[in-house]
Design a protein. Structure first.
Lengths: 228, 109
């Protein structure tokens, strides 16, 4: 049998020497998780042959990436926020954003943690100063990062409400933890979800397979000859 | 209503979740703490490193990316948060994951 005290002692010595969690609050953890999911979507497109660029609000390539801490308008220019510009072959480009307000069928604005939409719709938003229309969006991902509790059923109900108004076909609920109640609720409501998504996990690959569906449908419309 | 009855009712109406509350056992509480340590010390730094690595591949530049989160509006939260490479290096993460797994096994042993 392993000596529990020895295990704890070893963990303590590791924590003392080489761990730096400076500045990470629960909000910081949420931010990290959102950008991780965003990077999975962008990396998938890149792996499948898309040209992926990280650009600022003026469309200029940047390596100083800036994202929103809380949801905001796509057209806002208070900071030069970054988004990914994704293009397969000669198809019209797509934009991938973090923390964007999007207009549902009711006209009400909702928050999308990760949102993908055609650049054409994003340009309309920027030029007219209006939130993008959900009906034009390709992918919505709701990201939930929890440290010391399981997922609350209320989160699943909220996502169901979000889907009912946005009606984006590829809408996914993604979390680092799991919950039987949440899984049963989504299964009954026929909603797509992926739990226990963390770096290197099988679930991260499953999520990328779901994201593939959004790209596949877009390519089927614009250039079905491109296989991903 | 007895638990069996609640369960039976659920089966008649698929999709109705049953939420029961009770005090956690010491084993469950310790397991939860171990899981929380795993998330904070291993998974989150790993997610941060992977995001930085994934996104650096798209900049087309040799220098590394910096990632910051800023508030669109004034809030009581800190206005900016910066992602950091190597908060917990890969070998330490692997070691911690192994130790926490062993600890979990001990608790359930």
């Amino acid at each position: 049998m392993t000596d529990t005290r020895a295990l704890l002692g070893e963990i303590r010595s590791l924590l003392g020497s080489s761990v730096d969690l400076t500045g990470i609050s629960s909000n910081g953890a949420d931010d990290i998780y959102e950008v991780f999911i965003f990077s999975l979507a962008a990396a998938f497109a890149h792996d499948r042959g898309a040209d992926v660029k990280l650009v600022d609000h003026m469309g200029r390539p940047t390596n100083e990436l800036k994202f929103r801490r809380s949801p905001g308008q796509l057209f806002a220019r208070d900071h030069s926020y970054t988004h990914a510009l994704i293009r397969f072959g000669f198809t019209p480009p797509l934009e991938l954003h973090i923390g964007i307000r999007v207009q549902g069928g009711s006209g009400v604005l909702h928050e999308a943690d990760v949102l993908m939409l055609p650049q054409e719709e994003a340009d309309i938003s920027r030029q007219a100063g209006v939130a993008p229309r959900a009906a034009k969006c390709n992918l919505v991902i709701e990201c939930k990062h929890y440290v010391n509790s399981s997922l609350d059923l209320g989160l699943a109900r909220n996502f169901q409400g979000l889907y009912a108004d946005l009606h984006v076909k590829h809408s996914y609920f993604v979390a680092n933890r799991d919950s039987i109640s949440v899984a049963r609720y989504f299964q009954a409501q026929k909603r797509e979800y992926e739990q226990r998504v963390s770096p290197g996990s099988r679930e991260a690959s499953y999520l990328q397979a779901k994201i593939r569906g959004a790209f596949r449908d877009y390519l089927a419309k614009h250039d079905p000859s491109i296989a991903i | 209503m007895p638990t069996e009855q609640i369960y039976a009712n659920t089966k008649k109406n698929p999709g109705t979740p049953v939420v029961a509350t009770r005090a956690m056992t010491p084993t469950e509480r310790v397991t939860q703490l171990i899981d929380a340590a795993l998330v904070m010390l291993v998974e989150l730094p790993e997610a941060e490193d992977q995001a930085l690595r994934n996104l650096a591949a798209f900049t087309g530049r040799d220098d590394a990316v910096t990632i910051s989160f800023v508030s669109p509006v004034a809030t009581d939260r800190p206005s900016a948060f910066h992602l950091k490479d190597g908060r917990v290096d890969a070998s330490t993460r692997d070691r911690l994951r192994g130790l926490l797994d062993q600890l979990r096994a001990e608790v359930h042993g």
